[in-house]
Design a protein around this ligand. Structure first.
Ligand SMILES: Nc1ncnc2c1ncn2[C@@H]1O[C@H](COP(=O)(O)OP(=O)(O)OP(=O)(O)O)[C@@H](O)[C@H]1O
Length: 712
């Protein structure tokens, strides 16, 4: 087999000339040239491979190159003979191109099994019985691009699980085949070609529809996408989803009035359309919508399908006029498929097997009811279960099912490792700096628009100042002022982190919900999110702590030195920040913000009691608590505060007849209660910095361990 050099040169010209990142266009153009130039299928195949490889070179995709070199024994990428020999299984012929242009999603005898624990929760995970539950049984279906397919079924029939299986988001064991065209539908394939619209909408309420889509576009589209391309894309999806008239309205939420429920659903779908997915999966997109809005939305989805997409949605109880919009329908009953085929053929099918749809009845309602099990009493359960069994068996023997089986078998007949190859050709995602900048900007805009959160972030800490001042006034240097100073240091160590708890609980939950959604979509990592959040709140801590410190420090008359003030301010600022990070970490583990709020307050109180030595001297505590105090940030921060204030201070003594002179100097006080505080100043600062960084790391770990909960 010989390869004529001009052919490959031509290919390189095609790539070089266009210089575009649209690989599909490049592939098609190259294939056209190759097929017209190459003499046979094998040669075309080889040259197609060369094209793909050269595309890699063109895009400097070193990772792909490295991996490819690992795969080949002779790593010379220009070795055409090697390419010709190695690609005999790879056949990008016209048939495949044709199939690729009209993709199908094929499920062949898919079973999905989960394990669930039964018994009271207090027995714990280890002592509760584990039982297997089959959620989907022998599901075979073929979904075609250009068609709108609906999966129906009563609650718990397995609709969401079916989407989860396709989207590779399952928690249990999946057997059978899920193929996109003729290659395995892996996580990477779905990430590149699919989009999953979940049941619940998650937004930042203060952003407009356009801003929501714009920020999402920066996160979702390839890193090289230009600003004008992003704007064009956003405008396109806004038009596509009929959101033009609300594009600049706030999304809104429970407190802020915003766009309607139907419009919110359309924004959620628009977000997924930004990446131009080939497969669009929607879990109950019409839930909670009135029938007109539901109809409008489904017709929107049909239009999207007609543009060559493969659209699969689940739906509970569609109106009869929605039925007409569906091209294909599947009905699930307790994990079994009781029908999958054309929507129009459904009525004839059921008529033929002896279940005609009564006149004036909504066929979808009627057949979903027919496939449901009535559990009101034993007899009804038995009767309906027998009927469902009959429906399942009849469908499995039906012509429609056999046809689907043949189609799926044919489509998956020639499995290839294209999935791996496609993985290499995915466009480069935005780099971490672009992602962080986008997240930061989105958080800042959201925060700036929320007056009731923004202002307290800056001034809530200062609200404590009048109380502190009213209570202490300007302190003297008499013996009583020792206790006043201890009290003030207690307030300085406790108030900043407590205020942060309130700040974090007010703003973090919606950001966290959005993170769960976007992290699941693979847009960014936990570390990126937490670091960006920390960066975005840091200036507020710096400013709020400054207001608090400067008034408290100088008005109450603490040690009169700007250096000492700077140390005091640094500790207050660190504690203010740490309070927020601890709360965020707690909200990574505990989903309910109220419980997270109480837990964080409890943790901080325990830390303060145990380790500050302000309520009880550490040396008088049980040894175990003395050891535990080393693990608390309050041990180090309080030592800094106390040394900073008491070192070098002189106290006046009352005449012997009027009272006791406990400590003549601050250093005498420190020798008694914080003996190493002055010497350990630098170490304590190091520990405080270390704790601050560790809390951020622990927060990331907490989110990682907790994982992404099901937000539906
Ligand atoms: N990870 C899991 N662990 C335990 N049970 C599960 C799991 N996933 C699904 N199930 C069970 O499988 C069944 C089908 O669930 P699924 O959510 O797919 O139903 P559905 O048809 O989408 O219901 P609905 O319409 O109410 O959303 C339910 O009984 C559910 O409890």
């Amino acid at each position: 087999m010989s390869v004529r050099p001009p052919v490959s040169i031509k290919v390189l010209e095609v790539i070089g000339g266009r210089g575009s990142i649209d690989r599909r266009l490049l592939r098609r153009t190259a294939l056209y040239h190759l097929l017209s130039l190459a003499s046979g299928g094998a040669e075309a195949c080889a040259l197609h491979s060369i094209f793909l490889w050269t595309a890699d070179i063109h895009h400097g995709n070193q990772k792909a190159m490295d991996t490819r070199e690992d795969e080949v024994e002779s790593p010379s990428i220009f070795d055409l003979n090697y390419v010709l020999n190695s690609c005999s299984n790879f056949s990008p012929d016209l048939e495949e191109e044709e199939r690729a242009s009209k993709p199908t999603l094929n499920l062949l005898e898919v079973n999905y099994e989960v394990k669930e624990r039964v018994g009271p929760w207090w027995k714990g995970a280890c002592f509760r019985k584990q039982r297997k539950k089959t959620v989907l049984r022998d599901v075979t279906m073929q979904l075609k691009s250009g068609l709108l397919t609906a999966i129906l079924g009563s609650s718990g029939s397995g609709k969401t699980s079916l989407l989860d299986v396709i989207a590779c988001r399952t928690e249990g064991k999946v057997t059978g085949k899920v193929y996109y065209n003729n290659y395995e539908c892996t996580k990477e394939v779905i990430k590149q070609y699919g989009a999953y619209v979940m049941q619940a909408d998650r937004f930042l309420h203060n952003l407009t529809v356009r801003e929501t889509l714009r920020y999402a576009a920066y996160l979702r589209l390839p890193g090289r996408t230009k600003k004008f391309e992003i704007e064009n894309k956003v405008n396109n999806v806004i038009n596509e989803m009929g959101l033009k008239n609300v594009a600049d309205n706030k999304i809104g939420g429970t407190i802020v009035r915003g766009i309607s429920g139907g419009e919110r659903r359309r924004v959620t779908i628009a977000l997924q359309l930004l990446q131009d997915p080939k497969i669009l999966l929607l879990d109950e997109p019409t839930t909670g919508l009135d029938s007109y809005t539901a109809h409008y939305l489904v017709s929107n989805l049909r239009d999207i399908a007609r543009r060559g997409k493969l659209v699969l949605l689940t739906i509970h109880q569609p109106r009869s006029d929605i039925f007409k919009l569906f091209d294909e329908v599947g009905i699930l009953s307790m994990g079994d498929m009781v029908y999958f085929g054309g929507a129009e053929q459904m009525l004839d099918y059921y008529q033929d097997i002896g279940y005609p749809c009564p006149t004036y009845a909504n066929p979808l309602d009627h057949y979903v009811d027919l496939a449901s099990i009535d559990r009101r009493d034993h007899q009804r359960e038995h009767e309906t279960a027998t009927r469902v069994r009959h429906l399942v068996d009849t469908f499995f023997k039906s012509e429609i099912h056999n046809q689907t089986l043949n189609d799926v078998n044919e489509a998956t007949l020639r499995p290839t490792n294209r999935a791996t190859m496609l993985y290499f050709y995915k466009p480069r995602p935005p780099n971490v700096f672009r992602v962080m900048f986008t997240l930061w900007k989105r958080m800042m805009v959201n925060l700036a628009r929320e007056r009731t959160i923004y202002i307290p972030r800056l001034f809530m800490l200062s609200l404590f100042v009048p109380f502190i001042l009213a209570f202490l006034g300007h302190m003297k240097t008499n013996q009583e002022s020792i206790q006043d100073r201890i009290g003030l240091m207690y307030q300085s160590a406790s108030v900043p982190p407590y205020v942060s708890i309130l700040n974090a609980v007010a703003i973090f939950p919606p950001l966290r919900d959005l993170y769960y959604r976007e992290c699941r979509d693979g847009l960014y990592s936990t570390a990126t999110f937490i670091l960006t959040y920390a960066i975005h709140v840091l200036p507020f801590h710096i400013i709020a702590s400054f207001f608090f410190s400067i008034i408290v420090y100088w008005v109450t008359g603490l040690y009169p030195s700007w250096d000492r003030f700077a140390i005091y301010y640094a500790v207050v600022c660190a504690l203010h920040f740490i309070g927020e990070i601890i709360t965020v970490g707690t909200m990574g583990v505990l989903i309910n913000p109220n419980i997270a709020n109480s837990t964080s307050a409890l943790v901080l109180t325990a830390s303060l009691l145990l380790a500050s030595g302000l309520l009880r001297s550490i040396k008088n505590m049980l040894e175990i608590f003395q050891w535990a105090s080393w693990l608390s940030v309050h041990k180090y921060s309080t030592e800094i505060l106390m040394a900073n204030e008491f070192h070098g201070l002189n106290f006046t003594c009352p005449p012997p007849t009027l009272g006791v002179c406990q400590f003549e100097t601050g250093d005498a006080y420190l020798r008694e209660f914080y003996p190493d505080a002055v010497d350990n100043m630098h170490t304590n600062f190091g520990a405080l910095g270390g704790f601050t960084v560790s809390f951020v790391v622990f927060t990331i770990i907490a989110f990682k361990i907790r994982g992404i909960p099901n937000l539906n």
